[in-house]
Design a protein around this ligand. Sequence first.
Ligand code: NAD
Ligand code: UD1
Length: 338
Amino acid sequence: MAVLLTGGAGYIGSHTALCIANAGLDVVVLDNLSNSSPEAIRRVSELTGKEIPLIIGDCTNKDDLEKAFSAYPIDQVVHFAGLKAVGESVAKPLMYYRNNLDASLTLLEVMAAHGCNQLVFSSSATVYGTIQEMPLKENFPLGCTNPYGWTKLMSEQIFRDVGKADLGLSIVLLRYFNPVGAHESGRIGEDPNGIPNNLMPFICQVAKGRLERLSIFGNDYPTKDGTGVRDYIHVMDLAEGHLAALKYAREHRGVEVFNLGTGVGYSVLDMVHAFEEVNHIQVPYRIAPRRPGDIATCYADPTKAHDLLHWQTHRTLTDMCRDAWNWQNNNPMGYRNA
Ligand code: NAD
Ligand code: UD1
């Protein structure tokens, strides 16, 4: 049997492909490469010593999904495929709703046609909206502040409804906090198109000299040093969370949701200083105005994932900073020059 990773050539997908292939599962990737490179999957094959098939196809296209399901004995799917830039989603909401919702709907239809009933979905902590009570628990009220977030929350709702209607389904919704870092080999990592939106790739590109300085978005938040606090999680810990979720899906029916975070929050200045210390490199920064839509603090209560998935994070902030830099330093232009 095989696990299909939609969007598996992307940042989290490629690390998960590596992790689950190393655990002995057969992996198939379907990706339209709109935000990724086939080189990522070539390197995963190299690192695991297993040929990982990459189907270049679109998850909103039934025929493309059919190709995957007809060619391989797929019994589980991890659904990463989606557009993820918050700012872009505000500017191009239709593109986000069309791509992210269509991908979820089409996938469900093709899975049903092939009798595949186990799914793990990439959701996000963004579905907790602007709630201020921390740590965030899975049963807190939900709401979103941008179209990207709504596509995640709406997809969650679709999966819940479909799971209610078909009691044979196993659906695991994973709410990721802030994935950072890279595989320890430095061969795969995060490779954003253009100027990064997220903190860690921005820090890495400043350290490498690709960008001049980091803008810290606000130092007047009600946090220990005034800068925003987030729950950064090493991408390999996150990848292992998917392995645990796939096991859970094999053993349970119904729909379940889990936070995947460390439970610990670090500020932007914590991240900058840790990165500088661990890698012995300067990260020039300036304080800039707050970024619209940002909240002060966001971190998970990961207890449910500890208890039911028997998963927990092992890697430290030092590991995150070292591995992120190792990837950036070895691949200054990401996969582009490969
Ligand atoms: P990514 O952009 O690196 O990976 C997503 C992949 O999906 C890309 O390879 C892209 O080419 C592919 N894709 C997009 N639309 C597609 C379509 N219609 N058909 C086929 N492939 C398609 O992003 P990532 O950081 O690896 O995120 C993976 C998933 O996790 C996304 O759904 C994202 O929204 C979610 N997520 C990410 C974060 C984060 O901080 N990175 C946080 C929470 C949730
Ligand atoms: C962002 C998205 C979130 C999405 C997540 C993963 C927004 C408002 N939120 O989360 O919906 O799920 O990415 O893609 O875009 N920061 C700086 N300077 C920078 C970049 C970031 O100071 O150049 C700060 C931010 O203000 C924040 C922290 O660093 O306090 C983390 O930012 P980021 O990495 O973008 O993640 P989130 O905002 O948590």
